[in-house]
Design a protein around this ligand. Sequence first.
Ligand code: ZN
Length: 443
Amino acid sequence: MFDNQWEGAGGMLAGRRYRLEFSPDQAAFAERVGGICRSVWNTGLQQRRAYRQRGAFIGYAEQCRQLAEAKTEFGWLAEAPSQVLQQTLKDLDSACSRHGAWKVRWRLARRWKPAFRFPSPEQISIQRLSRRWGRVKLPKFGWVRFRWSRPPGGTVRSATVSHDGGRWFVAFLIEDGQASPAAHPGPRAGIDRGVIVAATTSDGDFHDRAYIATGEAQRYRRLQQQLARTRRGSNRRRRVIAKIGAVMLRVRHRRADFNARTAASLCDRYGTVVLEGLKTANMTKSASGTIECPGRNVAAKSGLNRAILDKGWYGLELALTSAARRSGTQIVKVNPAYTSITCSTCGAVDAKSRESQARFACTSCAMVAHADVNAAINIKNAAGQVMSGRGDLAIGRSVKRQPPRTRARPHTPAARGIPVVQGQEEVNQPIGRFLPSPVSPGL
Ligand SMILES: [Zn+2]
């Protein structure tokens, strides 16, 4: 969500999220702004793909210029704060340069959760109103009240408004004015992230928490059944989806809370925390697929995917990185290959040693340990194989990773037999101009 730079000139950067209390007018306006951002994103993406297909390229500056032009012609575009639309094109630019225009997704109304950023701190002001309430002034929105759940604790660099689980939030990027701490002198620990227990340390501590209460799980299942009985596009379906969203929001908040607490306690105690460099995004990607290429093995993978994502592995990694900036703890990622089938005492590698999910009994030296603790010790000791910052794996594959694709996919869409723009109204628009389609504010 935020820029990937955590060191600002005035200290460390941190994200702080608050619940917004929009007035009904403001909420309706926010929905429209979200819709306009979505339209600008899709139009910009379509344009980039059309250029790429011709072997040409269009960048941020040119798209911005065309957006300004299009605003004079399409009044509804000008309704959104202009810095927010420029930021959308900037986000599109970095998404496309990171992943390539063909892999960046359309923002579909039913899938995309509205989120837009105000990048100029001089146009954002925050005031505290009472013990529990504050307000923030945002361009074109005016003053918006929010729940003052904690002090921002620094200077605001940007604000992101987002819609999630039926609620609106504002996240501030804060510069706290504090210098980075000295290196943490504490010991080293390895962390095994698992499907059964969220995180196990090499010292034998288990960090876990149920994110969903029994009642909630029942309610969730009932709502899923209700959903299956509704008609597409019906009002009832929309209401059921909103209820499911509210349950999942609570689950996500609990998971984020667990991750933050676990990360804080680990960073408090250890000078170095060693993690497996799991590529969670890749592990789950093939089931969900992309818009252009729906995933294979969807049914087979979804059970495991749910387990992986339910434990919030990537969220824990982010929380650790964030907590480590304040404690001086070093986070090291290592190649996860064989950590779960290697004996941490004698080093023998044998899949048979892993007797069950929980029990490891070495077939060579008869050492017996909890399988996750054994893996965590291997991870701790594997710290020599530091991974590159982007999480690339150089050698061997872990049993936890999926096999690679056997067939390399060609890059051009034509070669894949995929029409360039699927179901996009912009398909007939001339390429040289930025012509967004009008949005329906229904999100
Ligand atoms: Zn052994």
